[in-house]
Design a protein around this ligand. Structure first.
Ligand SMILES: C[S@@+](CC[C@H](N)C(=O)[O-])C[C@H]1O[C@@H](n2cnc3c(N)ncnc32)[C@H](O)[C@@H]1O
Length: 252
């Protein structure tokens, strides 16, 4: 099995997947057959089969659900927090972590689905989640849907490559999509990447590891990964973070 990539340059195409607009490229009949096939495949498992050429390593269902629940804590109803049903209060951008969509469908009858936006290069997810999907390639990090600029309240990011250069491209997109705040601080970000980047991501993005939470995948990975947040996590509730609550964590 191929490990997650550790290198990659801006502009470099790291996969052989052509850019396809499936709806216009395929005949109605073929498209219908593809949809039928994907619907059948969905019954066999929550996600399309992993494509290691795209560094696809799916979370276990439990891990996907826990990360989703952490993202949704920012929408819990209550004093000083956003109304969970009002998407004008912001959306969740899921950048390259499509496994979060399946638990979102199961949770509370799918009521959170309308506020999720999935940014992903693999167009199979566009067939599966047409109302949520935006084709996204971090090599073209500024190519983003204009209607979503400034609309995202929470980010979940899981890049296919484990280096700072790739992460910077993701954060470039994040800055453009982020709902602006009066104090200039960044929205909550949950990032899954290499344990080896701990120092670098803390210095550059104000991210700290969620040490109490183990990120489990359905396949065995060659590189140890961990979840990071740029705020004290609420649902994942990491003990190490509690000591840092007074620290002013900002989007750098
Ligand atoms: C390490 S996996 C993260 C998946 C996550 N663990 C999950 O279970 O949903 C990397 C993700 O990046 C996507 N990806 C690969 N190349 C990409 C690119 N150039 N731009 C954006 N996303 C890409 C893959 O399709 C995959 O969903």
């Amino acid at each position: 099995m191929q490990a997650l990539g550790t290198s990659g340059r801006r502009g470099e195409k790291n996969c052989d997947v052509p850019k396809l607009d499936l709806e216009s490229e395929l005949s109605q009949h073929t498209m219908a057959m593809l949809k039928e096939h994907l619907a059948e495949a969905a019954l066999e498992g929550p996600e399309p089969k992993e494509n290691y050429g795209l560094a696809q390593f799916w979370y276990s269902p439990e891990t996907a659900k826990e990360i989703l629940l952490e993202a949704l804590t920012h929408f819990t109803t209550g004093a000083g927090t956003d109304d969970t049903t009002d998407i004008d209060n912001g959306l969740v951008a899921i950048l390259s972590a499509p496994s979060l969509m399946a638990p979102a469908q199961e949770l509370e009858g799918g009521k959170h689905l309308p506020k999720l936006r999935l940014f992903e290069i693999d167009e199979r997810f566009g067939v599966q989640w047409p109302d949520n999907f935006h084709r996204y390639d971090y090599n073209d990090a500024t190519v983003l849907p204009s209607e979503l600029l400034g609309k995202i309240a929470v980010f979940v990011i899981d890049p296919p490559r484990l280096n700072m250069e790739t992460l910077r491209e993701y954060f470039l997109s994040t800055r453009l999509l982020a709902r602006s705040k009066a104090d200039g601080s960044c929205p909550p970000c949950i990032v899954v990447t290499s344990t080896a980047l701990e120092e670098a991501v803390r210095g550059e993005f104000g991210l700290r590891p969620v040490k109490d939470f183990e990120v489990i995948h359905t396949s065995k990975l060659g590189n140890p990964l961990q979840a990071y947040t740029n705020y004290p996590p609420k649902h994942l509730n990491d003990a190490a973070w509690k000591d840092c609550q007074q620290e002013n964590v900002v989007f750098k």
